[in-house]
Design a protein around this ligand. Structure first.
Ligand code: CDP
Ligand code: CDP
Length: 225
């Protein structure tokens, strides 16, 4: 069967990674969580006490950093310089700092090169903020996922509680709004819907419903290829 590339973008906690993983599994495609790559670099900067406002230092740090995404039975694992950091990169400090790191031009340029290598042969589902506009502008299927900020905060809250992480709904809502603002207003590759992306508001849809919609569109495009 011919392989296509699928780009899934949207604001924080819209359901991108959950749905992207499901589709990748159904189609036996590679799943690339580009947010995890920015989170990993941010985590390393915190651990090594590198100033995230120092753009040259951050660029240097990334050039000495190996980020690997490895599929496992429990979902994707993220390795930073050979160490599993899957859980550490979801912490509050990383979440609060990642948008600042992701706004650095040299960091984005290097990340985009790495992400494009993952997608070079097609058969990839990639999620992030600039996948349809910058990383895979020729993707056969581009999706832009949306949901109201209240619903997104509630979903993340529920997820945190399930995982046993500390969580406060109001703080989460503020954090999500601030990150969306920073991601949408940055100069380089801001969060935008690509012109040819299909928008899906997931506010009143289940994960399964969203995944089925996208899968139908993917199968249509695979057949047409
Ligand atoms: O899962 P969640 O929506 O909380 O965020 P994420 O996908 O893990 O992304 C974390 C952050 O990385 C985002 O808020 C952006 O600042 C940045 N990011 C980006 O700039 N470009 C991407 N392609 C992916 C993530
Ligand atoms: O990757 P992104 O930050 O866009 O979102 P996510 O981590 O995939 O989803 C955030 C939370 O919302 C997860 O706990 C999902 O299970 C949940 N979700 C949902 O309840 N209904 C949807 N239609 C989509 C996501």
């Amino acid at each position: 069967m011919k392989k296509i590339s699928i780009a899934i973008d949207g604001p924080a906690a819209a359901g991108k990674s959950t749905v992207a993983k499901m589709i990748a599994e159904k189609l036996s495609y590679i799943y690339v969580d580009t947010g995890a790559m920015y989170r990993s670099l941010t985590y390393k900067a915190i651990v090594e006490e590198v100033d995230i406002n120092d753009e040259m230092e951050m660029e240097r740090l990334l050039l000495h950093t190996i980020i690997e995404l490895k599929p496992s039975i429990n979902g994707q694992l993220i390795f930073l310089d050979g160490k599993d950091v899957t859980n550490q990169i979801r912490g509050e400090e990383v979440t609060n700092k990642v948008s600042k790191v992701a706004a650095i031009k040299a960091v984005r340029e290097e990340m985009v090169i790495r992400q494009q290598k993952f997608g070079i042969d097609g058969g990839v589902v990639m999620d992030g903020r600039d996948i349809g506009t910058k990383v895979m502008p020729n993707a056969e299927l581009k999706i832009f996922l949306l949901a109201s900020v209240d619903i997104r905060a509630e979903r993340r809250h529920r997820e945190n509680l399930q995982k046993g992480f500390p969580s406060n709904l109001d703080t989460l809502k503020e954090e999500i709004m601030l990150r969306d603002k920073q991601d949408s207003e940055r100069e380089i590759s801001p969060l935008r819907k690509a012109e040819d992306a299909i928008e899906i508001d997931t506010s009143s849809l289940s994960i399964k419903e969203v995944a089925e919609k996208i899968l139908d569109m993917a199968l249509e495009r695979i057949e047409a290829k």
